[in-house]
Design a protein around this ligand. Structure first.
Ligand SMILES: *Cc1c(COP(=O)(O)O)cnc(C)c1O
Length: 347
């Protein structure tokens, strides 16, 4: 047998560590929500008739797509759901990219994107952000010849949103598709949803993993023009969303009050951690996500990561010339943040 060359040559994406003995760690490394999902999700499980699981789920997840369409004031044929938004990102690569149609990403951003390109045998053009993580002035020009831009806003790992005007300019001037990965948009003051009404080439992806505290459930979705969604529908697995994830996601989205309450708590702790880091001499990137990207006074991210790990606090370190100067810390509960801040003071 032969293994396809790009697969044999790749290392594979490495997700953040998930320690087995969770109770002994303060886990601030994968941007999970420190609060449980809405109690309405538990109700779904309690009232579930397991005999229903005998049947295949609705292949187009209509109930969830209807809920999402109402929430964002779009039509149902503008929505596709998936097994986490990572599934959605993969669909986009498969719809828009091949050997002749490359993908483009900003650097630094989500490190999964290049791995998805590699699997699809499409090249991935990495366009460097400015030193302050803003878009370079010639960003659109650098996209020339590619067919899909994947860009998170707020960006990961920086937490910085890109200005709507900058995204509008990209959608307007670029001939390819623009996937705005809004995994963290619920923690931000803005989003790019308005662009859907203006451009046929914009795709917004969202997830239930972060703000809805359902990372273990695996539900994500994209909103785009009906023409683009129709192509996504052809490419997706026939049953890419199980019945239980579908029902729980619908329940979570129906509890807007709970979402707002937990998001507000996280934003409050984000402000507190940001102030504490600044006081300790860290350079803090102003985050609109549920994490903070900050650089210690000696610019040695690895040292901070390792010292905290010894104290059973897990944060994220990304090696690299630029990213290696920083650490990324997920916002936890007030109690977790107090322990973290004490540990950082003692380093
Ligand atoms: C966490 C994250 C996602 C996706 O998560 P899923 O759990 O697959 O929905 C997508 N994009 C970015 C930038 C993320 O940080």
């Amino acid at each position: 047998m032969k293994i396809r060359v790009p697969i044999a040559a790749m290392n594979g994406y490495v997700p953040g560590e998930q320690p087995a003995d969770l109770s002994s760690w303060i886990k601030l490394n994968t941007n999970e929500n420190p609060y449980p999902p809405s109690p309405k999700c538990a109700e779904v499980l309690r009232s579930l008739d397991t005999a229903q699981l005998r049947l295949y789920p609705n292949p187009t997840a209509d109930l969830l797509r209807k809920t999402i369409a109402e929430r964002f004031r779009v039509s149902m044929d503008q929505v596709v759901t998936g097994n986490g938004s990572d599934d959605i990102l993969n669909l986009a690569v498969r719809v828009f990219c091949d050997r002749d149609n490359a993908m483009a990403v900003a650097t630094p951003s989500y490190s999964l994107y290049p791995a998805l390109a590699q699997i699809q045998e499409t090249s991935c053009r990495a366009i460097r952000l400015n030193a302050d993580f803003s878009l370079p002035a010639d960003f659109v020009a650098q996209l020339e010849g590619t067919n899909l831009l994947m860009i998170p806003s707020p960006n990961a790992p920086t937490g910085l949103p890109f200005p709507l005007e900058a995204l509008r300019k990209i959608c307007c001037c670029y001939s390819g598709a623009v996937l705005v990965d809004e995994a963290y948009a619920d923690f931000s003051d803005g989003n790019a949803i308005d662009l859907l009404r203006e451009f046929p080439n914009v795709i917004i992806s969202r997830t239930f993993s972060k703000s809805y505290a359902l990372a273990g459930l695996r539900v994500g979705f994209a909103i785009a023009s009906p023409a683009v969604i129709a192509e996504f529908m052809k490419v997706k697995d026939s049953y890419n969303l199980g019945l239980i994830p579908l029902l729980m996601a619908v329940a979570a989205m129906s509890d807007e009050t709970y979402l707002q309450k937990t998001v507000a708590l996280i934003r409050g702790e984000r402000d507190r951690l940001s102030a504490a880091l600044t006081a300790l001499g860290y350079q803090v990137i102003p985050s609109e996500a549920n994490f903070i990207f900050a650089s210690p006074p000696d610019r040695d991210g690895l040292r901070v990561y390792e010292a905290l790990k010894q104290r059973k606090i897990l944060i994220r370190y990304f090696k690299g010339d630029v990213t290696g100067q920083y650490v990324r810390i997920t916002i936890g509960t007030p109690e977790q943040m107090t322990v973290l801040i004490e540990a950082l003071r003692s380093l």
